[in-house]
Design a protein around this ligand. Structure first.
Ligand code: ADP
Ligand code: MG
Length: 394
């Protein structure tokens, strides 16, 4: 990465303000998945070990003003548990209470500020709010990769007032995703699925320039199939993206990208666990039925391509994996990615639902890299500069 990191600044005895992504799922006051907290540990532990006063800040959910159920207290508890160390929590982001807590800190102490989005000025990148935040510290560290595509006060604004550097998670994310674009081991295989074509257009465009094979599944494949003239029944369709899909298919041919679309589909009349499901060829989807997973022939072709890859990127489930009878495509592709990884390929998985699928099959430890940022990963792969990265010291 061409930006300075925590390694490049003297943090000893300094107040270091770290933006983390602790936007975690909470149920009945308990954090139900601590992976994002764990992902920030390398930076936090480095800072503690180098004698910094560690001031952490994050957003959680989408509060309108102060909402008690979106306070960060459960997150502070989870962090204390995984860190094996006391974590102090204050009930505000800026203000006298926060200042006083910071003043009392000693080297190696950890403090967590309140949910940044309780203040509406956070999302507006308000300069006054950013200045107040920056006023709490001597150095700023961005380790919130998943939020770094947003020009918010805690991501972009603070960097204007104090020296700003990257944390280890941010560095690892940017390095991994950029090396996928720049010098991947070939063949480079991308597997794209999920619900919408429109969410992934930037990535499809970029991948058409760089990948060897592009496998399309999930809800988005039906707009492609429609563009090829198939009847898709009541499958997910983005009418206004049919032309785009037709062009993408043509572009793939021109650029010698092997683009794969499903040859068979699991269909049903409704999205439910006990409705009747059938496997049909793509040409035989009847009116009133919808495609909810890729079929067995498609799985077998896709598995072969994935296992032949030396770099594999996956974003977007192959079907409605939340329901067992539509989950086979996603599970089999995930397993093929793991097999390829065990045979020496580099695999990168991004996207909230794709990661949830990996977790469901207990495979998240078996791929090379799981990107913690959904939107941020996609924007980076599209070749965009992330606002949060751009403002860091070079
Ligand atoms: P990610 O979060 O990994 O980027 P998306 O949010 O784009 O993935 O898409 C995930 C969602 O797509 C899942 O909830 C899944 O149920 C849905 N999905 C996948 N295939 C289909 C399909 N054929 N029809 C409707 N929804 C689908
Ligand atoms: Mg999603």
């Amino acid at each position: 990465m061409e930006k300075k990191t925590v390694r490049d600044v003297d943090v000893h005895g300094k107040r270091v303000l770290v933006r983390v992504d602790f936007n975690v799922p909470i149920s009945n006051g308990v954090v139900t998945d601590n992976s994002r907290v764990k992902a920030a540990l390398p930076t936090i532990e480095y800072l503690i070990n180098h004698g910094a006063k560690v001031i952490l800040m994050s957003h959680l959910g989408r509060p309108k003003g102060v909402e008690d159920k979106l306070r960060l207290d459960p997150v502070a508890q989870t962090l204390a548990d995984v860190l094996g160390k006391e974590v102090e929590k204050v009930d505000e982001t800026i203000g006298p209470e926060a200042k006083e807590a910071v003043d009392k800190m000693k080297s190696g102490d950890v403090l967590l500020l309140e949910n940044l989005r309780f203040d509406e000025r956070e999302k507006k990148n308000d300069p006054e709010f950013a200045k107040e935040l920056a006023g709490l510290a001597d150095v700023y560290v961005d380790d919130a990769f998943g939020a770094s595509h947003r020009a918010h006060a805690s991501i972009v604004g603070v960097a204007r007032y104090i020296p700003a550097v990257a944390g280890f998670l941010l560095e690892k994310e940017v390095d991994t995703l950029e090396s996928l674009l720049k010098n991947p081991k070939r063949p480079l295989v991308a597997v794209l699925g999920g619900s919408k074509v429109s969410d992934k257009i930037g990535v499809i465009d970029k991948f058409l320039d760089i990948v060897d094979s592009l496998l399309i599944g999930g809800g988005m494949c039906f707009t492609f199939l429609k563009a090829q003239g198939y009847n898709i029944g009541k499958s997910l369709l983005e009418e206004d993206k049919i032309d785009y899909c037709r062009d993408a298919i043509k572009k793939a041919q021109e650029k010698n990208v092997n683009m794969y679309l499903p040859s068979d589909i699991v269909i049903a009349q409704e999205i439910s666990p006990d409705t009747e499901a059938r496997v049909v060829s793509v040409g035989s989807i009847s009116d009133g039925w919808m495609g909810l997973d890729i079929g067995p022939d498609t799985i077998s072709v896709y598995r072969g391509v994935v296992r032949g890859g030396r770099t594999i990127f996956w974003n977007g489930p192959m079907g409605v994996f939340e329901i067992d009878q539509f989950s086979r495509g996603t599970e089999e592709i995930a397993k093929a990615i793991v097999e390829a990884t065990q045979a020496g390929a580099t695999s990168v998985v991004g996207g909230g639902d794709s990661i949830a699928a990996l977790k469901k099959y207990h495979l998240e430890e078996k791929v090379s890299f799981v990107s913690t940022g959904g939107g941020a990963s996609l924007e980076l792969l599209e070749g965009k500069q992330l606002p949060g990265v751009e403002v860091l010291l070079a």
